[in-house]
Write a protein that binds this ligand. Structure first.
Ligand SMILES: Nc1ncnc2c1ncn2[C@@H]1O[C@H](COP(=O)(O)OP(=O)(O)OP(=O)(O)O)[C@@H](O)[C@H]1O
Ligand SMILES: [Mg+2]
Length: 577
């Protein structure tokens, strides 16, 4: 068991500690029962003393009830302790993920995180439960039963003393053999989850491309691998039971031989032999349990490692103690910015970018796909950190800001955007939880969303489902813009956010911005020249570098890329309006 993970037990320490105590109490009572049985046989039955039999019989029932009570209580506590531990662990991992930067999230795959939050935690939970329940039980049971056996027959006790390490060793050998197969199974689980998640998320695309057969085949393949690995592991573990049975028969046979001789010579009574056999069975069962828990712990170990990977991940961005909480204006400055998604030494996605955007300007960014437009703007709200150079907002290095303060003032509508399950009101209020209905409606008007929302039967109470699949692409984009506007940011960034909106509505949105939020710095990434043509400055990106900066007129004269895009789009009438 991993010490660091065990810290998550927290308020369930009491239950975790009490469980083995109760288990011990249960065992102490349980080991008395075979002695009573021996007495009933050897004294009560032998002498035909019915009163004695009833007296001891009643005591035996009482002990059995007490043992039952302790056992049941221990089981309950173990269940509470282990599920509580799992709950805390899940909470801790989830909490940790919230602190992850985009870079941290890139580091783990989404299915990888999901497996950790589900299967891996369940493994740890099960191992924990069995550990606190059975690991206390087995040693106490073995020691107590041995002591009892010694008092009755030292010879049989000696034989058990030899059997225990032999059988224990065998069982652990089997568990160790199975271990690597179990580890492989859980690695494949990641892959299985990956396929399921991808398929379910993209169910519509799969259908559109009639790729169901292909997906089923892909799933079947991994599912087959998991099946084979599991079978392999379980086949090895299946040796446990027969090994145990075999040992048991040998032991019982040996005991009958040793015991029989003692009975004949008058050193031992029949009832005593019965109780010694019961003790031997209890010892063997305990060993079986230990090997079972051993397998569980080994499985959980792999899971523990995977959970620790998440908990040990260092969040790339943490607020400094003296972080700046006030963004003075919407000024943006890039000084010799280099950026690589892989960190220092990786392929540069941005190369020596220098740039100054004045507060309140409208900036257009244009460039081919993969030219790093998205990469450039993601550095402004510090979704990623520069690899070298500086990005300043309002004259201050973005790394010196309190992250929340910065992101409240720099609102981005990401290219890959999602809405969440909930009403339109709730979705827009992601921008500002305290906003009034009127405020929400105002930003929706600005984003040209009010019109279509009013046409829904439930208007602003319309439920959004599955990340926004029940609204059209253009409607979704406008809702995302409204959500970003609600923050009243000093800088608003739209990353290709009107690509699915018709050009007329696009123009209306930009006009509304000009009239209603003239002081906000607006950065608009677009594929359409018409979306950026009237901007104060246009930045032309090419392969991670700035190829030109200027107004549309200037760029038409000086920048070949811009001219080419402009001419190709404006040919044959303005855009395709
Ligand atoms: N999360 C990421 N991890 C690694 N590389 C990335 C990541 N996101 C983008 N890239 C790479 O960085 C480069 C620039 O990508 P970027 O998304 O900034 O282009 P873009 O100009 O926004 O393109 P588009 O017009 O298609 O949106 C590309 O080569 C891309 O493959
Ligand atoms: Mg992009």
């Amino acid at each position: 068991m991993d010490k660091k993970l065990l810290r998550s037990v927290r308020e369930y320490k009491k239950q975790s500690f009490l469980t083995p105590v109760l288990v011990a109490a249960e065992v102490f009572v349980e080991v008395l029962i075979p002695i009573l049985m021996a007495k009933i046989i050897d004294v009560g039955i032998m002498n035909g003393d019915m009163a004695y039999i009833i007296k001891l019989g009643a005591l035996l029932v009482l002990l059995a009830v007490v043992a039952l009570f302790f056992g049941a209580k221990a089981g309950q506590l173990a269940a509470v302790a282990s599920s509580g531990y799992a709950k805390n662990l899940r909470h801790d991992i989830f909490y940790k993920i919230q602190d992850f930067s985009f870079g941290n999230i890139d580091h783990f795959s989404t299915p990888g995180l999901v497996t950790r939050l589900t299967t891996d935690i369940t493994n740890v939970q099960m191992a924990y439960m069995f550990t606190i329940r059975l690991l206390a039980r087995a040693p106490i049971m073995i020691v107590m039963s041995l002591i009892m056996t010694v008092t009755i027959s030292p010879a049989i006790a000696f034989m058990m003393l030899i059997t225990i390490p032999v059988l224990g060793g065998l069982l652990i050998f089997i568990a160790k053999k199975a271990h690597p197969h179990f580890i492989k199974v859980f690695d494949e689980y990641d892959e299985l989850n990956n396929v399921v998640q991808e398929n379910v998320n993209a169910a519509r695309v799969v259908k559109a491309y009639v790729r169901e057969d292909h997906e089923v085949e892909k799933f079947g393949k991994i599912s087959g691998i998991v099946f084979r690995l599991f079978t392999k592991a379980e086949k090895i573990v299946a040796w446990n039971s027969p090994t145990m049975q075999f040992t048991m028969y040998i032991v019982v046979l040996a005991m009958v031989l040793i015991g029989g001789e003692s009975i004949i010579s008058g050193d031992m009574l029949t009832g005593e032999l019965t109780s010694v056999i019961v003790y031997a069975l209890q010892i063997l069962t305990s060993l079986m349990m230990v090997s079972f828990v051993f397998v569980m712990i080994m499985i959980a170990e792999a899971s523990t490692e995977r959970i620790n990977e998440v908990l040990d991940e260092v969040p790339e961005m943490e607020d400094k103690a003296d972080a700046v909480t006030e963004v003075t204006n919407g000024d943006i400055e890039f000084e010799h910015v280099n950026f690589s998604y892989a960190g220092e030494g990786g392929n540069l996605s941005l190369k020596d970018v220098n740039l100054h955007i004045k507060s309140g300007q409208i900036v257009g960014i244009i460039g081919g796909t993969g030219s790093a437009k998205s990469t450039l703007v993601q550095l402004i709200p510090r979704l990623y950190d520069v690899t070298s150079g500086t990005v300043k907002v309002g004259g201050t290095d973005v790394r010196d800001y309190n992250l929340k303060a910065l992101r409240d003032q720099v609102s981005v509508v990401l290219q890959k955007n999602v809405l969440f399950t909930g009403s339109i009101y709730e979705n827009i209020r992601w921008g500002d939880e305290t906003a009034s209905d009127a405020e929400v409606e105002r930003v929706c008007k600005l984003a040209q969303a009010d019109g279509f929302i009013r046409e829904f039967p439930n208007q602003y109470e319309t439920m959004i489902v599955e990340g926004g699949n029940n609204v059209s692409g253009g409607q979704k984009q406008r809702l995302c813009i409204a959500r970003a506007l609600l923050k009243k940011p000093k800088i608003l960034i739209l990353d290709d956010s009107t690509s699915a909106v018709d050009t007329k509505t696009d123009a209306l949105i930009r006009q509304a911005f000009r009239e209603e939020i003239p002081d906000t710095t607006r950065i608009i990434i677009a594929q359409r020249v018409s979306s950026v043509e009237d901007a104060d400055v246009i930045i032309v990106m090419d392969k991670g570098e700035i190829s030109g900066i200027g107004t549309s007129e200037e760029l038409l004269k000086t920048n070949a890329i811009y001219r080419e895009v402009y001419e190709s789009q404006m040919k044959g009438g303005k855009d395709s309006e």
